[in-house]
Write a protein that binds this ligand. Sequence first.
Ligand SMILES: Cc1cc2nc3c(=O)[nH]c(=O)nc-3n(C[C@H](O)[C@H](O)[C@H](O)COP(=O)(O)OP(=O)(O)OC[C@H]3O[C@@H](n4cnc5c(N)ncnc54)[C@H](O)[C@@H]3O)c2cc1C
Length: 484
Amino acid sequence: MTSHKHIIIIGGGFCGLSAAYTLQEEARAKDLPLSCTLLEADARLGGKILTERVNDFIIEGGPDAFVSQKPWGIDLCRHLGLQDHLTGTNPRERASYLLHRGRLHDLPEGMVLLVPTRLGTLIKSPLFTPWGKIRMGLDLLLPRRRATASEESIADFVGRRLGREAVEKLAEPLLAGIHAGDAGRLSLQATFPQFAELEARYRSLILGVLDRKRQRESQSGEASWSLFVTLREGLGELVEVLEKVLREKATIRTGARVRAVRRGLHCAAPPYIVEIEDGATYRADALLLATPAYETAGLLKRILPVAAPHLRTIPYVTTATVSLAYRRADCPHPLNGYGFVVPRKEPCRILASTWTSTKFPHRAPQDHVLLRCFVGGTGREDLALQEEPELVRLAREELKAVLGIAAEPVLARAYRWERANPQYEVGHLTRLEAIDRALEKSPGLFLAGAAYRGVGIPDCIRQGAEAARKAIAFLAGSAGGAAY
Ligand SMILES: Cc1cc2nc3c(=O)[nH]c(=O)nc-3n(C[C@H](O)[C@H](O)[C@H](O)COP(=O)(O)OP(=O)(O)OC[C@H]3O[C@@H](n4cnc5c(N)ncnc54)[C@H](O)[C@@H]3O)c2cc1C
């Protein structure tokens, strides 16, 4: 890179922040003549990450933790000097529950997401009928699927391998639940490709999971984290620290909604012009859009009309979280676990509940408990669209029915997330290929975001960083085109 280059990032959620951080770090390390402007519509950075600290409670409005097995989350924390602020889940109360006929049942020990690996605990579990258990065991004998190239829904895949009961009681609440989606519509290959890989490699999911477990156990190395980790002061701390680091070098504008993206008219000038709502314009040599796909579609409709319809058709659903704190003495349930999930068949209006003060004990004072409920998702978005008092009432009624908590909460907060959860439906990977092909025709344009290849925080960090590296390579003249 010989002359000075300017890159604009649109969207200051986690993907945009990760991209800006990578650009800044690479420019510093390689002494590149590169500047970066990040434009965020909201008054604050972080997008879906929103931590509120109220008295001695730490409340997460959006994500509350991230998986440790994907390294990008922990790596970023280490880079930012936050490794000592990381904390795992409470090792003493690891149970998780499932609501079945109005009552909570432990998920059998040894379940790896949906795959049973301990025959004894599965056989004893009252959650499954005898036939349901036999059907799950048939996975050991069934052949692998022949045509592995095409996408398959989570329900079809799990039904084929483990049977209908595993779909209703495990795949829907546990796998589709993570996406607040419908197991019959979500693509297994796009959401949980590891299960398709297990089948391709081992034929049986149970044998595959057991072998992978053995491999992990035999690998020595540094002490491993619990499956989920978070930051002591809440995930908002990651945003605060990133913002501080980025403001040293990058230009960050909040309250700057981008309303149009155009191509420059003069060949010699930087190729992209970005216009924000107050009329200000910015010029950029490369553009990285880290906005939700429907927003990206609108911004690109003039300069990339072929990609826009594909971006627009990535569906999103609305969800809400409701956090309720009670005096411990007012909670008749021991809350001896991380929480419970709710199969679709149950007449319950929440998707799941996390017992935050058990999972992460430092998030509430000792003499109080903190619980969080998830509302909405595919087919139930109207519930999540209610106003805060209705959402709080709904969550209180369901917690009373399931856990017997009748007392007034000492604290109640509801957070509505409209069109927040992208749905990787069957056909998602084909759609991404079409977007990739369109992007190849528009050098200097890059996309990152939860809508594409992973919704969790580590995947968002990875996608932001990858897009930033591709943008640098493009500006240095060594590569062009698409990136996620
Ligand atoms: C309720 C909920 C709970 C979740 N829980 C977890 C969890 O526990 N663990 C986990 O790993 N993941 C979780 N997720 C998923 C994860 O939080 C998201 O996938 C991730 O934060 C999305 O990051 P992003 O940068 O792609 O998008 P966003 O965070 O949506 O950021 C996009 C940004 O673009 C901005 N923007 C939009 N339009 C414009 C415009 N025209 N101009 C300028 N800026 C614009 C928006 O204001 C926003 O800040 C959860 C998600 C939700 C909704």
